[in-house]
Design a protein around this ligand. Structure first.
Ligand code: ATP
Length: 248
């Protein structure tokens, strides 16, 4: 097994309060890891530390063995950590197809070359993403006119087109209808194996559908890790969720 993302003793101290407090875990290449934890457990902060949005005060983050701890956000993105936010970062005035074309390359010239030549491998990758996300019927629609779900799938598709080595998804189903949530689960399940994903999510029905190995955080620390079925029976996990809406 190859370690894609290694989190080692990671910590952030917000003026005496450690939102992430000595967190460690290893996510292997091709793994789909779900991070659970009650409100305030430090899940989003963990994502912020991995992606460079927040600087850590101790510990390390390694991407395929290469240290990326506290690098500037754009460098971490360029190294291969792709993060999908709840507010999509697509180009609202460009069509779906053009958004995917832009995502193929980080080079600014790509804007000029949108309708000119594109490498066959890049074209093939875009076609794959279109098939995966089911965005074919809306390829010529400007992104600003997409439904909420379609917008999320486009953003996820852009991360795949960019060939992100590790994809971080923070509550990917937030605001989605049941049908959209179900389709998102299907997309994520299809990515498993070929992509490495770290998913924070509260919707337990969705989590049960996608989860294999689960990491539970509590008070900034690792509380439990293992298969979903085992985690749900873990008394420490049940205790941590008491009074917070729970693993249910
Ligand atoms: N910049 C900051 N300064 C001080 N405290 C912060 C900061 N960012 C987050 N926190 C605190 O750190 C704790 C962890 O927050 P975080 O958002 O990571 O939790 P979470 O597990 O994602 O929770 P939720 O499930 O509710 O989104 C919370 O108590 C939050 O108020």
């Amino acid at each position: 097994m190859v370690a894609a993302l290694t989190i080692d003793g990671l910590e952030v101290d917000f003026g005496g309060f450690k939102a992430v407090n000595g967190m460690s875990t290893v996510i292997n290449r091709g793994e789909l890891r779900v991070v659970l934890g009650p409100n305030g457990a430090g899940k989003t902060t963990l994502m912020d530390l991995i992606s460079g949005k927040t600087a850590s005060t101790a510990g390390e983050v390694r991407l395929f063995g290469r240290e990326i701890t506290n690098r500037p956000e754009h460098q971490i993105a360029r190294a291969g950590v792709g993060r999908k936010f709840q507010i999509p970062s697509v180009f609202r005035d460009l069509t779906v197809r053009d958004n995917l074309s832009v995502a193929v390359s980080h080079e600014p010239r790509v804007f000029r070359n949108l309708r000119l030549g594109m490498a066959a491998a890049d074209r093939a990758r875009i076609e794959e993403v279109i098939e995966l996300t089911g965005l074919e019927p809306v390829l010529d629609v400007v992104a600003g006119d997409l439904s909420h779900g379609q917008m999320q799938w486009l953003e996820l598709g852009m991360l795949i087109t960019q060939q992100a080595k590790v994809i971080l998804l923070d509550e990917p189903t937030a605001g989605m209808t049941q049908a959209e949530t179900s389709k998102t689960a299907d997309i994520i399940l299809r990515l498993k194996g070929s992509h490495t994903l770290l998913v924070v999510e509260h919707d337990m029905a969705f989590v049960r559908k996608i989860a294999e190995r689960v990491t539970v955080m509590h008070m900034g620390k690792l509380l439990a890790e293992g298969p979903m079925a085992k985690i749900e029976q873990d008394p420490a996990v049940r205790d941590a969720y008491l009074g917070s809406g729970g693993v249910q």
